[in-house]
Design a protein around this ligand. Structure first.
Ligand code: ATR
Length: 269
């Protein structure tokens, strides 16, 4: 029997996850069906339970339910616990397991797909909300020289930095970045949702520095355009991260690693 999976969110109609996972299934010969599920804002738990009762084997979770999914899971992976958010639910022997593949998705895209070498590099993470929290520990695990978390509200950057308690991490407000230089600037703010940019100095990129927008759109995002205009040697969007986080979810469910290159290429077309 075909195993059933879905992505649950609200809104959900524009999600590319069904396309990505169906392609993974074709490429690996796995027999799965993967659909979109519009979650109800006031009954996310009920929606999940009904999907699982009908034989569903796992779910991807997206905005605005990642924190609720974290609370719903019977057990959490260490990286989901650290993120305080779950983007992958897995039906297991000990109940419903929650995991988070966003951070490893970002790292695999930057390091493995694009060849960014984190060692001794200065990295700037913009934002201190759920998106930033989800990628912080996996970013630190790559061994950068230093990681600065900068947020419009400085106190939130400080609280986030305190979660990891590392001498390689510091925090500040966006208005305290003047004069600094970074080899990689990652945009994890929600500014792009309204086509806006975080208010940062024009001079933040080091020579040969890269910019990365965790968001993805069919047109270059505001932050990709920011990077290009400031001479970034690479100005990337979040398409590769989207496919890589999906691949890690697929692996958690099926025990098989799908190839991601052909799927990224397909989505670029
Ligand atoms: P998410 O889960 O997407 O991270 P969130 O938890 O609401 O969403 O956090 C949104 C993040 O984007 C925050 O870091 C927010 O900054 P504040 O903490 O100061 O609110 C940041 N953000 C949103 N709009 C922004 C803008 N126009 N400029 C800069 N930062 C912005």
């Amino acid at each position: 029997m075909t195993d059933r999976y879905a992505v649950i969110g609200n809104p959900i109609e524009h999600s590319k996850s069904p396309l990505i996972h169906q392609r993974f299934a074709e490429l690996t010969g796995e027999d799965i069906a993967y659909t979109r599920l519009l979650g109800s804002i006031d009954d996310f738990g009920g929606d999940v339970r009904r999907f699982l009762a009908a034989g569903g084997k796992g779910l991807n979770v997206t905005v605005p339910f990642k924190e609720q999914a974290c609370a719903l899971a019977d057990e959490l992976s260490p990286r989901a616990e650290m993120a305080g958010a779950v983007n992958t639910l897995i039906v297991g022997e000990r109940g419903l397991r929650g995991d988070n593949t966003d951070g490893i998705g970002l790292v695999r895209d930057l390091r493995d797909n694009h060849g960014f070498d984190f060692s001794a590099r200065r990295v700037l993470l913009l934002g201190a909300g759920g998106a930033a929290r989800g990628v912080l520990q996996p970013l630190l695990d790559t061994g950068p020289g230093h990681l600065v978390i900068a947020n419009r509200t400085a106190s939130k950057a400080e609280s986030l930095a305190a979660r990891v308690n590392s001498t390689r991490v510091s925090a500040r407000g966006l208005d305290e970045l003047e004069g600094e230089r970074f080899d990689l600037i990652i945009n994890a703010t929600a500014a792009g949702l309204t086509g806006a940019l975080p208010d940062i100095p024009d001079t933040l990129l080091a020579k040969d520095g890269w910019s990365y927008d965790m968001m993805y759109a069919s047109e270059p995002t505001a932050f990709v355009r920011w990077g290009r205009a400031r001479g970034a040697s690479r100005a990337l969007d979040g398409l590769g991260m989207l496919v890589e986080q999906a691949a890690e979810s697929f692996y958690l469910w099926r025990g098989v690693r799908p190839p991601t290159g052909p799927v990224i290429a397909m989505l670029k077309e």
